[in-house]
Ligand binder design. Structure first.
Ligand code: HEM
Ligand SMILES: [Ca+2]
Length: 769
């Protein structure tokens, strides 16, 4: 190890040394005892370069030139594809829905990031070829990194926010939460890697080969063999559909990963393309469908790779994906992730959000929805996925109404407050309430008691719980978004329904007939929304296990031609697209024993049952090939939890980071940004059940709405639940204008204006840290 590090150091030095010293260093390298043949080879390459090849700085410049040229070629190809009409899909088709799935209001930012991400990656690949220095070696050589940063800066920097330490609220995009690294957790940044990425070329190309050298199995094949629910409809005996639905609502708070678009923001089609063009497009990674598949007859399922971002401070790194949401649990799916989105969603008076007369989300004409009757329209919210299923839109609607209910009341209590103050104070309360619901009501049903305690995730009552750790990076981890938290897909039912008070079902409809249909909620004079709510409270969600129901595994986004996707196959392919290391690597990371063979005894798949082991061994040639999504989802559940130990570890770590790494964590005793003891106490008693009650016509509810009604959780009249005590926010007259004297918000960086200055500043910053 010591020898290796020394070599890295010498490499760095040598690349910058004068000719004479270079020769000396080459000599010293030649005298080294080598640790492996591979390393010897690398050293010789460097030696040759140093002895008379191209200067390192020229190599870098040359690599960037090639990358820029390649970007131009690729843009031209995309333009040709667009003009030829090849990519054109009809509105409402399954392909259209998938491409519309992610947030597009700030698409120009994604384009900027993706372009820079491409140039960085392409240049790195070229540099690797020219210099023979592999990326992992380069990353560990601080001088090489520094040199690289200097060259690549103009093509990678993105504005770093300047923070105002006196600003009392969260910024719109989550930036400036951490004063040392203001981009931590900020929207439109690269996701976080806890383990180095696993790409087959070390940089960009997804894992496609087994460790045996054969091809990896097709994700659709794995989906059929391991995750097929065989139309069985096992239910979770104690938990309600609200539990599943809140999970998706929550994930749209901490992650939104955009996928690539073609020229002029068009869709990208990867099937029916000749392989050369497909490879040249760079965004295509279609899923092969095995022959004789019972559902899909086209041998190719479309799959477009996620958009990418350069790493912070231009660090050389393999391909990494973008998060369009702020990582924090801060209600960004309600309020949006930028000032632009917020402005769009706000009414501009009384601190209110835009809402229709019927209490629905505002109209958004560029949204992804299917209108079936006159008077329907697509919904706009802080996250564009809001209507993917009506049960998700129900929660968006309920929280929108709750915001406005609180804003109206706060305006009455503090009539001197401006629109801005009412809005920000209400947003702050909703953020605190959400965090409390997540950590006190939802998460304890996902993770077991021991784990909650071990990771410090339990909520505290009666006092502050100041836990902020400024050294902790709360950025959403790629592995959480790309695999672990998708465990929730196994809780999705085949049917959604309308319920009536008393637990009776009014109607049931296949989930695939509800995708993107706002009409399900707006129908029957708006009663559809309440009926969906009643049903969610009274029906159980699908069992959390290795199986995923056909409603999403075979019929995701099914259109009127009967065409659809397989969500499980997409999840597995997404893991490979994102370079997620396979299952075994994560087991080791979590401190769990790695799997050495397909047996169930020691060294085997000790956290799987026999049936799962058989299915895994039928799909994969080697245990080191197992994709994380498949290996994790098929684990036996831990006692008292909804997932196996590997997902529990990854989910638990994520929620710990969002708690301890959030300066605005609702329990922190921080004068400027926190709550008063009285405010904190009332937030801790504001349950999801009360929020549902106050914002629908539902008048009886079980207090724990993520659980089914039962002897210990029987329905009670809504008025029996305590309401939030907004008088805790009444501002004593002597404090008026002092406490809420409008402090200017953090300046919002301008994205179109990317000058070299940003990088210098960022670099100084990290050096100081
Ligand atoms: C209610 C029905 C649901 C549907 C129809 C649905 C559908 C989808 C789709 C189409 C994707 C994008 C897949 C890709 O292209 O990579 C996705 C991503 C995801 N889903 Fe779901 N989902 C549902 C519920 C849930 C639930 C209950 C959870 C968790 C408890 C969940 C967690 C996630 C996560 C974490 C992602 C990644 C998001 C991102 O990176 O932006 N989903 N889902
Ligand atoms: Ca967020």
């Amino acid at each position: 190890m010591i020898i290796y590090n020394l070599w890295i150091f010498q490499t760095g030095l040598m690349l910058r040394a004068t000719m004479t010293t270079k020769l000396l260093l080459v000599a010293s390298i030649v005298c080294f005892t080598v640790i492996s043949g591979k390393d010897r080879q690398k050293r010789e390459v460097i030696g040759t370069l140093a002895g008379g090849g191209m200067h390192i700085s020229d190599m870098m410049a040359q690599s960037i030139k090639i990358a820029l040229k390649d970007w131009a070629i690729r843009t031209e190809l995309e333009k040709q594809m667009y003009l030829s009409g090849f990519d054109k899909v009809s509105k409402g088709s399954y392909l259209w829905h998938r491409s519309m799935f992610m947030n597009l209001k700030e698409y120009s930012k994604v384009q900027v990031l993706n372009q820079k991400g491409f140039i960085n990656l392409r240049a790195l690949a070229e540099f690797e070829k020219l210099s023979g220095v592999p990326i992992h070696v380069m990353q560990n050589d601080f001088k090489l990194v520094e040199e690289w940063q200097k060259h690549i800066a103009p093509y990678c920097e993105c504005p770093i926010p300047k923070c105002n330490p006196k600003y009392p609220y969260r910024t719109a995009d989550g930036g400036c939460n951490n004063f040392h690294v203001p981009t931590w957790g900020q929207a439109n940044r690269a996701q976080l890697r806890w383990l180095p990425a696993a790409y087959s070329d070390g940089l960009n190309v997804p894992r496609i080969h087994s460790v045996t050298g054969a091809s990896l199995p097709s994700p659709r094949l794995i989906s059929n063999v391991v995750h097929n629910a065989h139309m069985s409809d096992f239910r979770e005996p104690k938990q309600s559909m609200m539990m599943m639905q809140f999970g998706q609502f929550l994930d749209h708070d901490f992650v939104g990963t955009p996928t690539n678009r073609g020229f002029n923001n068009s869709q990208i089609q990867c099937c029916d393309l000749d392989p050369t063009t497909r490879d040249k497009r760079g965004s295509c990674f279609p899923i092969p469908v095995p022959p004789k598949d019972k559902r899909f007859h086209n041998p190719c399922m479309n799959f477009v790779r996620s958009s990418i971002a350069p790493e912070l401070y231009c660090k050389p790194a393999p391909r990494n994906q973008i998060n369009q949401q702020s990582s924090f649990i801060d209600g960004s799916m309600i309020y949006g992730n930028s000032m632009k989105e917020q402005t769009y969603l706000r009414l501009g008076k009384g601190g209110l959000l835009k809402m229709t007369d019927g209490g629905f989300l505002p109209r958004y004409d560029d949204g992804d929805c299917i209108m079936e009757s006159p008077g329907e329209y697509c919904f706009g919210a802080g996250d564009d996925r809001n209507t993917i299923v009506p049960s998700l839109a129900f929660l968006h609607i309920v929280f929108l109404r709750e915001h406005n209910r609180l804003a109206v009341a706060l305006g009455k209590i503090n009539p001197h407050w401006t629109d801005e103050i009412i809005f920000q104070e209400t947003r702050k309360i909703i953020g605190g309430v959400l965090q409390h619901i997540v950590y006190a009501e939802w998460l304890p049903l996902v993770l077991n008691k021991e784990f909650m305690t071990l990771y410090g995730l339990n909520s505290v009552y009666g006092k502050y719980n100041t836990v902020y750790n400024e050294k902790l990076d709360p950025t959403t981890a790629n592995v959480m978004a790309g695999a672990a938290f998708r465990f929730g897909h196994s809780m999705i039912p085949n049917f959604l329904g309308y319920g009536a008070p008393g637990g009776n079902k009014i109607a049931e409809f296949p989930i695939y007939k509800t995708y993107n249909r706002p009409g399900v909620l707006m129908s029957h004079g708006g009663k559809g929304n309440d009926w969906i709510g009643e049903w969610m409270l009274d029906d159980s969600h699908a069992k959390s296990d290795r199986c995923v129901n056909d409603g999403v595994r075979n019929y995701l986004f099914m259109d009127h031609h009967g065409k659809s996707f397989d969500l499980v196959a997409v999840n597995i392919q997404r893991g490979r697209d994102h370079g997620l290391p396979p299952y075994n690597a994560w087991r080791k990371w979590c401190g769990l024993p790695p799997v050495i063979h397909f047996g169930h005894g020691p060294g085997g798949l000790v956290d799987h049952d026999k049936e799962s082991i058989i299915r895994l061994s039928k799909s994969y040639k080697h245990v080191d090939d197992i994709d994380l999504y498949t290996g994790g989802l098929s684990e036996r559940r831990v006692k008292g939890g909804l997932t196996g130990p590997t997902f529990q570890c990854l989910i638990g770590k994520s929620f710990a980071n969002w708690k301890f790494g959030d300066r605005f964590w609702y329990e922190n005793d921080f004068k400027l940004t926190g709550f008063s003891p009285r405010q904190l106490e009332t937030i801790r008693h504001h349950k999801i059940s009360k929020i549902i009650c106050e914002n629908t016509k539902i008048d009886h509810i079980q207090p724990d709405s993520f659980l089914l009604p039962s002897e210990h959780n029987h329905k009670i009249p809504c008025h029996a639940l305590p309401d939030i005590d907004l008088l805790a926010w009444a501002e004593p007259s002597e404090l008026r204008t002092n406490v809420f004297f409008p402090v200017p918000a953090n300046p919002v960086p301008i994205w179109s204006n990317l000058g070299p200055g940003h990088f210098q500043e960022a670099y100084k910053h990290i050096a100081a840290y």
